[in-house]
Design a protein around this ligand. Structure first.
Ligand code: UT7
Length: 328
């Protein structure tokens, strides 16, 4: 990367208290704990309380990231919230978060790249800091997928959960921080994973609600194939841009959608499971929150040491993908 070296100064995560277990899902749709665990690796997910919205989850994660970085909210120059479940259409969840945090001088905007959103957000924020335009940025991945999940659809409702992860970015010493970003999109796959209703194409109406167009639609099998292909490709391309090889990876922090997708990425990168943060069993797929929550847990649990080379990689609706190599 050109410009000033930029890295992560602090991370934080928040997951709501309420757990939705496979056993509970067995009472809601025709499924079984055995099917869910063997096909996805998921055992439980967290569900936001009725009074919690995405910005509330983002706020909790942000407070922890700011404390870990030793930065106060009024020092932030920029807030980016990656989400597909904003509190409302507008104002952006980033603006709502800016007000909650009291980050008075920060510019704020939301970013829509589904599960790849956190990596897209990191790339944006890192660019602003690398040029010298900004000193500190807060990047949050936050989603309340339970609000857009159809709990009568067994193809999707077993997968998703709610949560938020945050990172404070700033300048770091030479030789540390982000080494590369690899971002991509393939809009031709947009119909594989989407919410059709409620936008300008199909405004919310009694009909869109009756047809359940306000919920996530997914062609799981096709998304699975795409994910397996793109996770390895994106990680390898980010490594190539950073001038590193697979053997240089100390820790892989992948999007947590399905244990089988993560295992195929590990195979492709020749990595053992202990070089990968896996929490899909406890949280399911939290979309933009998955990678920053996994990263925050890796840091909290002592899996990341100074000088370690990390690869973050994810994929999602759009279709989109993103990977980054950074030296901690
Ligand atoms: O962040 C990006 C978001 N999305 C993803 O990452 C999802 C990627 N896709 C996947 O993870 C997998 O495709 C799923 C977990 C969604 C599905 O696993 P699969 O091994 O691809 O199953 P399948 O779709 O091929 O379905 C196999 C069978 C089907 O029955 P038939 O048609 O073979 O009779 C499904 O109806 O399993 C059935 N099935 C279920 N059975 C029990 C689908 N969902 C369930 C369920 N419980 N919850």
């Amino acid at each position: 990367m050109n410009g000033f070296p930029v890295g992560i100064l602090g991370t934080g995560m928040y997951a709501p208290e309420r757990r939705l277990t496979n056993q509970e899902l067995e009472t809601m749709v025709e499924t079984s704990d055995e099917w869910i665990v063997s096909r996805t690796g998921i055992r439980e997910r967290r569900i936001a309380a009725p009074e919690q919205a995405t910005s509330d989850l983002a706020y909790e994660a942000s407070l922890k990231a700011l404390a870990a970085a030793g930065i106060s909210a009024d020092q932030l120059d920029l807030i980016i919230v990656a989400t597909i479940t904003p509190d409302m259409f507008f104002p952006s969840t980033a603006c709502i978060l800016q007000e909650k945090l009291g980050a008075k001088k920060a510019a704020a905007f939301d970013l829509s790249a589904a599960c790849s959103g956190f990596i897209y957000g990191l790339a944006n924020a890192a660019g602003f800091i690398a040029t010298g335009a900004y000193q500190y940025a807060l990047v949050v991945g936050a989603d309340c997928l339970s609000r857009i999940t159809d709990y009568t659809d067994r193809n999707t409702c077993i997968l998703f959960g709610d949560g938020a992860g945050a990172a404070v970015l700033g300048r770091v010493p030479e030789g540390r921080g982000f080494r590369s970003f690899e971002l991509g999109a393939d809009g031709s796959g947009g119909e594989l994973l989407n919410i059709r209703g409620g936008g300008s194409r199909l405004p919310a109406s009694e009909k869109t609600i009756a047809e359940r167009n306000h919920y996530i639609y997914m062609n799981g099998r096709e998304v699975f194939k795409f994910a397996v292909r793109v996770m390895g490709n994106a990680a390898e391309e980010a490594l190539r841009k950073a001038g590193l090889g697979k053997e240089d990876i100390d820790l892989l922090v992948p999007h947590q959608a399905n244990i089988r997708i993560i295992q195929s990425a590990l195979e492709r990168l020749n990595l053992p499971e202990d070089k990968c943060l896996i929490n899909v069993d406890r949280y399911g797929n939290m979309s933009a929150a998955s990678i920053p929550v996994a990263l925050a847990e890796a840091v909290e649990e002592g899996h990341v040491r100074e000088g370690d080379r990390l690869v973050l990689v994810g994929f999602g609706g759009g279709l989109t993908w993103g990977a980054s190599v950074l030296v901690w």
